[in-house]
Design a protein around this ligand. Structure first.
Ligand code: DCP
Ligand code: MG
Length: 365
């Protein structure tokens, strides 16, 4: 099942927004820099320089708290237009190596370089060459992880930040995973981490001692995923935007909720994000799927199709609300909500109201 012939790279810019600010304002170099809201505001930290991280500052922390931790930090407002430009520059570099590029955000992407445009045999050379191109063309540093699947490449890119390169070969994978703290595994948030710890699972090694039935009983469908990654198995392909079959967002909640009003607020936020992503990729879709994971980890989906393309946030929310009524959410507490648009078209319908067809149901467990 492990496919050691694949060569996957994950590239992630270092302290992205903060590094751009230090590049463009030399007086900020070597200093703790916080990009985000004002220090006395209710705003949050978008990111901060590595100098600031030494004081315990990190993304999503309130600016007020960041200021208390490090009053001498320089607070800078973000300049999204500049970050977007850099993002386009690094994407251009990626595409010089492979067409199989899957951007995850402005500063991060997976590349499948099994067959690459420069005919380089070693994925490690490709990663080094990409990092060099990024430094030469943008004067910024990126870290990269190289392995045979997405899961390992992504964890690897984080191992030697900033300006690091980490390779996990198929031979090294077992030992590498065995030592990983469980929170490093994709899909393990704070709640799942606690549950794992309660079960005595602290590391990848511990996870591997549990059989499939065990994990499915404890974690529902995610049990399969945990079983596989503990063994270094992750067959997800690198999917470029143009081959994407769906666009969706989901959120694992900090605490289980049973209040429909709160669920709708969360769905509204997800609808906004999905709509923005559809717009950015200049597409829309005919089917909307709502994903609900109950507090006991049971996962269900409900789908509905529309005769006209869906792309507006308010339409997405309207449909998601209809689908939510066809679940037990409310009577049962919920730990995750997700919205996905599929059957993508490549034209965003200019206007037109929604015409609903018969709903398609696809229930999970
Ligand atoms: N970002 C944000 N809010 C967050 C997390 C990130 O606005 N909660 C923005 C700012 C980051 C950029 O996205 O610069 C990239 O996010 P990363 O998680 O890759 O963080 P950095 O690139 O800043 O640092 P690292 O060196 O850890 O990758
Ligand atoms: Mg980054």
């Amino acid at each position: 099942m492990v496919d050691p012939r694949r060569k996957i790279i994950h590239v992630d810019m270092d302290a992205f927004y903060a590094a751009v600010e230090q590049r463009d304002q030399p007086q900020l170099r070597g200093k703790p820099v916080v990009v985000g809201g004002r220090p006395d505001s209710r705003g949050v930290v978008a990111t901060c320089s590595y100098e600031a991280r030494r004081f315990g500052i990190h993304s999503a922390m309130s600016c007020a708290r960041a200021y208390r931790l490090c009053p001498q930090a320089v607070f800078v407002r973000p300049r999204f237009d500049v970050y977007l430009k850099v993002s386009q520059e690094i994407r251009r570099i990626f595409f010089q190596y492979s067409d199989l590029v899957e951007p995850l955000s402005l500063d991060e992407a997976y590349l499948d370089v099994t067959c690459n445009k420069k005919n380089l045999q070693s994925a490690t050379w490709v990663a080094q060459s990409i990092r060099r191109d990024i430094r030469d063309q943008t004067a910024l540093t990126a870290s990269a992880g190289v392995s045979y699947n997405k899961f390992l490449a992504k964890i690897a890119s984080d191992m030697h930040k900033p300006d690091g390169l980490t390779v996990v070969t198929p031979e090294q994978a077992e030992a590498f995973i065995a030592e990983l703290p469980i929170r490093k595994f994709h899909g393990v948030g704070r709640v799942t981490e606690k549950k794992m710890h309660r079960l005595g699972i602290m590391t990848g090694y511990d996870l591997r001692q549990h059989d499939l039935d065990d994990l499915i009983r404890e974690f529902g469908k995610s049990g399969h995923y945990f079983f596989n990654i503990a063994r270094g198995i992750d067959l997800r392909p690198v999917t470029p935007d143009r081959l994407r079959k769906s666009i969706g967002k989901e959120l694992t909640l900090k605490e289980d909720i049973a209040d429909i009003g709160q669920m709708l607020t969360i769905l509204g936020g997800l609808a906004d994000k999905v709509s923005a992503s559809l717009k950015q990729k200049q597409t829309s879709g005919l089917t909307l799927t709502l994903k609900v994971k109950y507090a006991d980890f049971q996962l269900i989906t409900r789908s509905i199709s529309s005769a006209t393309a869906i792309h507006k946030a308010e339409d997405i929310l309207l449909l998601a609300e209809q689908l939510l009524k066809r679940t037990a959410a409310g009577q049962r507490a919920v730990r995750l909500l997700g919205v996905t648009i599929s059957q993508l078209t490549n034209e965003v319908s200019a206007s037109g109201s929604l015409q609903l067809e018969l709903p398609l149901d696809s229930s999970g467990a």
